[in-house]
Design a protein around this ligand. Structure first.
Ligand code: SF4
Ligand code: FES
Length: 364
């Protein structure tokens, strides 16, 4: 058996704890309880193994990675092993002291998420009073530390009309990069899809605003744009292909080819507590199942985009078509493509009530 190339990035989901309750969260509905989290020593070992395997980037995420008191220790270990270090955070815990610790640890980049351009709307979605002001402070600290800042805005039908304001806020915060990301419908986002999925007219408004801003800000700020699959003709290359570029480790140590993989039936995902990262990546059934093109249905296997989008997203194929091995319904060639229009129609007149993300009993 020839070995696959090593993953480019490790996504270290340090914890599912989070002070916010965003209803679009892509974390699984069954969140890992705090008592199940990997210890500091276990994460240090994972980072050592990742570097030895050839991983280049460590993305610390969650939940809220800053809810872990050992975050700076883990960043320092990753940096010492030569990994590029990135934190994906809501920013509400990024105090002066936390910033100083992270800088001393060698952090390379911080991605800060915003729920909206306006305080009241942002705090309604995030369920955290005072959060928006803390994020603005966090952005200021990141810029004062001379770290590159990515300002991420998650779009949905309840905030799409403010996309121009969001881009203006990103400019004001002197972000190097602004990410306008439509909600991806996994986990809590899927549960709340009817209250979040924008109309085609809203999508077109957002797209036009992004294109105009890209032109205006060319050479100054990069604007990334993540579109919703529900209006696409071709799917995204989810995770850059299954078992191809990224390895995700959940708070309790399960190694996953993507953050939503635990929704897939018939899998036993290996744990970093009992297996090495190299064995998991190179040999485990879970990572090999949808790697490459062999597993594909004929439609994809004979298509010239098969090594561009890798057949799309397995979790979306399961969620929409009921079969993780099917062509992603986001592809217009899929026999299930009509399901997307049905979902959009169902969302059109749906109530806007949201189910907030919660750690259930442990956290409520
Ligand atoms: Fe991608 Fe498969 Fe659609 Fe081709 S048929 S574009 S490989 S999802
Ligand atoms: Fe799991 Fe796309 S989210 S493969």
């Amino acid at each position: 058996m020839s070995l696959p190339p090593p993953p480019m990035g490790l996504i270290a989901e340090l914890t599912h704890r989070c002070p916010l309750q965003c209803a679009y969260c892509s974390n699984p509905l069954a969140l890992d309880p705090p008592a199940s989290e990997l210890t500091t020593e276990e994460w240090l070992h994972v980072l050592d193994q990742a570097a030895a395997l050839g991983v280049l980037q460590a993305h610390f995420s969650g939940g809220e990675p800053m809810a872990r008191r050992d975050l700076a220790r883990l960043v320092a270990q990753a940096a010492a092993r030569g990994l590029y270090t990135n934190i994906i955070t809501s920013g509400v815990l990024l105090t002066d002291a936390a910033m100083a610790e992270l800088l001393a640890a060698g952090i390379d980049h911080i991605q800060l998420s915003f729920q909206d351009s306006r305080t009241a709307e942002a705090e309604r979605i995030g369920g955290y009073r005072g959060g928006h002001a803390k994020k603005l402070e966090a952005a200021r600290r990141i810029r004062e530390a001379d770290l590159p800042l990515t300002a991420n805005f998650v779009l949905h039908k309840q905030n799409a009309e403010r996309v121009e304001e969001m881009i203006a806020l990103g400019e004001e915060l002197q972000a190097e990069r602004i990410e306008i990301a439509h909600t991806q419908y996994y986990g809590w986002g899927l549960l709340n899809r009817n209250a979040l999925l924008p109309s085609l007219a809203q999508l077109e408004h957002v797209t036009a605003a992004v294109m105009a801003a890209r032109e205006r800000l060319k050479g100054r700020i990069v604007i990334d744009y993540v579109v919703p699959d529900y209006y696409a003709a071709r799917p995204k290359a989810c995770m850059g292909g299954w078992g191809n570029r990224l390895i995700n480790v959940s708070p309790s140590g399960k190694a996953l080819p993507c953050h939503a993989a635990e929704t897939l039936p018939g899998f036993t995902f290996p744990s970093v507590r009992s297996e090495t990262l190299a064995a998991i990546w190179n040999e485990s059934e879970a990572f090999r199942r949808f790697r490459g093109t062999e597993w594909m249905p004929d439609l994809c296997r004979t298509c010239d985009r098969r090594e561009i989008d890798w057949g799309g997203c397995r979790c979306q194929a399961l969620a929409l078509a009921g079969d993780a091995a099917a062509t992603d319904p986001a592809c217009a060639k899929s026999p299930d493509h009509g399901l997307l229009a049905e979902a959009a129609a169902a969302a059109a007149n749906a109530p806007l009530d949201l189910v907030p993300r919660r750690l259930h009993a442990q956290d409520a």
